[in-house]
Structure formats: structure tokens, C-alpha cells
Design a protein around this ligand. Structure first.
Ligand code: PLP
Length: 286
């Protein structure tokens, strides 16, 4: 079925939506994005994504394409037009183009490009992948130094996923200066003796919307959380591990670099946090 997508003020069939070849998102990866999950036809943590989008735009001195209320309306309309019950809404804002390729930013009044589309994913919440748990490999983190800004420079994370696939695994965690930064498209955690450990926020990692919600829910459930740097060896010696992201929620990790964690099946804390997260997020969805 042909999707209806949104491009710069218009709702169009996906085959008719167009962006200039001079668009800086295309030529320079000069664009930021957000991915918001849809469950029961409603948006999960729209507010969190809108706030982070604004921060990404501000950090890059990029104009806001529209107001938060307008963004919400576009999200909702696309979900409705495409009949999405479970799935994702992808949003991208680029610095646009003034009609040529130039390293220098175009004039400040150049209109940003705003593109949104949906992805239908029935069974997203009850994913078999989450029941099995993910096998991960570790790779070097060679990304740029502003990973807190959610840019579309995703070539290395994409290569990381391919390295994992070639190794017969599901995903990769990245390591810089001896410490785990994050997964290719998720934040990373391990659990030892009941304590959840994850890297603190800085420019080195994306400030995950799911991370924020899950850490709050873990604290509310009286779970112990420590935010500190950690090595891959600590994670390999852990009782369990997991990742968080808006599109996969809480994903148990069952193997790191060929070493099984615990009994090699999803751990109780990851499973519990996934349940709590899905439950609470559905209740708060808009
Ligand atoms: N870290 C990276 C590098 C990501 O790409 C993502 C999501 O795309 C995350 C973490 C998780 O962020 P969120 O929970 O906001 O989806």
C-alpha cells in the first residue's frame, strides 16, 4: 500500500513527495531527526521527542520548521491517514537549500525542509526479538564528538549493524577510550547484583528519550541505578544487560562478544522494565 507522507506543508503519496537534490540533508547530512513510536494508534512520549528536536535544532543554529502543536498535529494526521496502530513516525528537519552546494550555511531565512513518514510495524510491542534477547558485539566508536545532537550522520552506526550481522549477531555496542558509549541506535546498560549501570549523559552519547523514562521508572520501582563509565568486560561479567530506544523500548541483551550473560536468556530486571515501560507509556500516550 502506498503511504501518505508529509513534506513541507503537504500530505502526498510517497511516490510524489520530493526534496531538492541541493538539500543540505542530502549533501552534508545537515539534518536532525526523531523517531516516535505508535502504540494503540497513539504517540509514545511525543513531548520528550519534541523537546529533544528543539535542542538539536538550537545546537546547530537551525530554524524550527513549525510549532510543537503543529508538529503534533502532523504526527497525528499521518498516523490516522496511514491507519497505524503499532509502528513509528520518522521526522527529519534539514537546513534546506538556497539552490546550490556550498559548505557555508545558506542565509538564516532559508526555509528548513520538514519531512515525516510512518512505518507500520504490527507486533512492535510483543516482538519475538525481545523475547529472545539480543546478541551484541563490541566495536570501536569512531563517530564525531557531538553524539548528543540527533543528526542523520548514521553511516557508522549503519556499518556497525552490518558488522554485527556478519558476526551472526543483532547489534553492536561502541567503545571509546576503553569505555562503552552506547549501542548503534540505543543506550546501553548492564545489571550486576541488582544494580543497573549506565553511562552518564554528556556529548558522547545521545540523550535517549527512552533512557530518561526508563531510569525514572526504575527509581520509582525502587531499583538501584548508577550512572558511570563502564567497560565491556564489566558488561560481559554482568548478570544481565539491556538497551533502550524509542523503537525497541527495553531490549534484553543475552550475549556480548560470544559470552552468554547469566543463563543466556533475557534477565528479570530487563523483562520487568520492559513491562513497566510499555504499560506506563501506553497510559501516557497522546
Ligand atoms: N543512542 C543512539 C546512538 C540512538 O541512535 C538512539 C536512537 O535512535 C538512542 C541512543 C536511543 O534514543 P531514544 O530512546 O530517544 O530512541
Amino acid at each position: 500500500m502506498t503511504r501518505t507522507v508529509y513534506v513541507n506543508g503537504e500530505y502526498l503519496p510517497e511516490t510524489e513527495a520530493k526534496v531538492s537534490i541541493f538539500d543540505r540533508g542530502f549533501l552534508f547530512a545537515d539534518a536532525v531527526y526523531e523517531v516516535t513510536s505508535v502504540l494503540d494508534g497513539k504517540l509514545i512520549d511525543f513531548e520528550g521527542h519534541a523537546v529533544r528536536l528543539k535542542r538539536s535544532l538550537d545546537e546547530l543554529e537551525m530554524a524550527e520548521p513549525c510549532t510543537k502543536d503543529e508538529l503534533l498535529e502532523i504526527h497525528r494526521k499521518l498516523v490516522e491517514l496511514n491507519g497505524i496502530e503499532e509502528g513509528l513516525v520518522y521526522l527529519q528537519v534539514s537546513r534546506g537549500s538556497d539552490g546550490d552546494r556550498d559548505f557555508v550555511f545558506p542565509p538564516a531565512d532559508t526555509k528548513p525542509s520538514l519531512v515525516l513518514f510512518t512505518q507500520n510495524k504490527p507486533g512492535l510491542a510483543n516482538s519475538p526479538a525481545a523475547q529472545k534477547g539480543a546478541k551484541i558485539i563490541s566495536i570501536e566508536d569512531i563517530r564525531w564528538g557531538r553524539r548528543d545532537i540527533k543528526t542523520v550522520q548514521l553511516l557508522y552506526p549503519s556499518m556497525g549493524k552490518m558488522m554485527a550481522k556478519k558476526a551472526g549477531c543483532d547489534d553492536a555496542w561502541m567503545i571509546e577510550d576503553g569505555y562503552v558509549t552506547e549501542g548503534t541506535s540505543n543506550n546501553a546498560y548492564f545489571v550486576k547484583d541488582g544494580k543497573i549501570v549506565t553511562r552518564p549523559l554528556s556529548n558522547d552519547i545521545l540523550h535517549g528519550i527512552t533512557r530518561k523514562a526508563v531510569l525514572r521508572m526504575a527509581a520509582e520501582a525502587q531499583m538501584e541505578v548508577e550512572e558511570r563509565l563502564f567497560t565491556i568486560d564489566e558488561a560481559k561479567a554482568a548478570d544481565e544487560a539491556f538497551t533502550t530506544s524509542a523503537s525497541a523500548f527495553v531490549m534484553p541483551v543475552v550475549e556480548i562478544d560470544g559470552v552468554a550473560l547469566g543463563d543466556g536468556t533475557p534477565g528479570p530486571i530487563a523483562k520487568r522494565l520492559r513491562e513497566i515501560y510499555l504499560d506506563e507509556s501506553r497510559k501516557a500516550a497522546v
